[in-house]
Design a protein. Structure first.
Ligand code: SIN
Length: 296
């Protein structure tokens, strides 16, 4: 088990409800106030709900960066994003995702998540889960889609499933960099030091969730470059089929953000995609990213 209560607290229990969505994944947590420290019993319930539903929505959380960081740390150590220019001042654990430009400079990563991905799958220790807090939302657009890779694994065409047995794939942070820049997506140039932080890694194509034991696909169009030990063309074909399969509507929950929503998803079970909003509208989100285990 990788997620543990990292701090014990004397906090008092809160009365809250877990209400599953009418969707393949996700549940709303009603009545939990994250400005208050979580009691150990409440932590156990939230942790269980996160494993059961893979995604939790906490509404109207007017929490400070310190409170977001403290809540995130209950689930594990936090990962610091390689794009240091978009870390919140004095709180490097918070990565800013935003299309806002101030004084000619983007305040956050403008086009994060334009391709399906699992956060930090390009690291030796990819993310357990991410918490994304809505700070400023556009009047139109800006939804995020989440697709269950466990459902996707359980339902691929038989011949495709056989082709995945024991396979491993390489992941790289810069896998789509050239395509993204070509498509007009703003991507900061990486320094030598940043490139050294994101060397290509290899993970199984199918991973077993370390806490639930459920299997799921673990490749994504944003960061996976190729499947090892098979011809390049075959790898390209299998990945294309997997990408088409893994984002079928029946695996997807669409999150339409409300002010101060905080969404906590499981990167070991889901991939996600930011649908974007018109560039004239402002969107600003704060993300913490919790470190997971070596995938197996
Ligand atoms: C992300 O990929 O973590 C960002 C998703 C979003 O901005 O909706």
């Amino acid at each position: 088990m990788s997620a543990v209560a990292h701090t014990t607290t004397a906090a008092s229990a809160q009365s809250f409800e877990v209400r599953p969505f009418d969707a393949p994944v996700g549940a709303e947590i009603i009545g939990l106030d994250l400005t208050r420290p979580l009691s150990d019993d409440d932590f156990v319930r939230v942790h269980r709900a996160h494993l059961d539903h893979a995604l939790l929505v906490f509404r109207d959380q007017r929490i400070t960066p310190e409170q977001q960081i403290a809540f995130s740390r209950r689930f594990g150590s936090l990962q610091i994003h390689v794009l240091k220019q978009f870390l919140l001042a004095d709180h490097p654990e918070i990565f800013i995702i935003s299309n806002i430009v101030e004084n000619g400079q983007p305040i956050g990563l403008g086009d994060a998540g334009k391709f399906w991905h699992s956060d930090l799958s390009y690291k030796e220790l990819p993310s357990l889960g991410s918490m994304l807090l809505a700070q400023e939302l556009p009047e139109e657009g800006g939804d995020t889609l989440f697709a269950s890779q466990q459902l996707a694994y359980e339902t691929p065409p038989a011949e495709l499933r056989q082709a995945l047995d024991g396979k491993r794939a390489a992941h790289s942070y810069t896998a789509r960099y050239a395509d993204e820049v070509f498509a007009g997506i703003r991507r900061p140039t990486l320094t030598e030091a940043q490139l050294a932080e994101v060397k290509s890694v290899v993970h199984p194509v199918v991973r077993t969730h370390p806490e639930t034991g459920r299997k799921g696909l673990f490749v994504n169009e944003n960061f996976t470059t190729h499947i090892l030990d098979i011809p390049e063309e075959e790898s390209r074909q299998i990945l294309a089929e997997l990408y088409a399969h893994s984002a079928k509507p029946e695996f997807i929950y669409r999150h339409q953000w409300q002010p101060h929503d905080m969404v906590f998803w499981d990167n070991r079970a889901l991939i996600h995609l930011a649908t974007g909003c018109p560039s004239r509208l402002r969107r600003r989100m704060h993300r913490t990213t919790i470190q997971g285990d070596v995938p197996f």
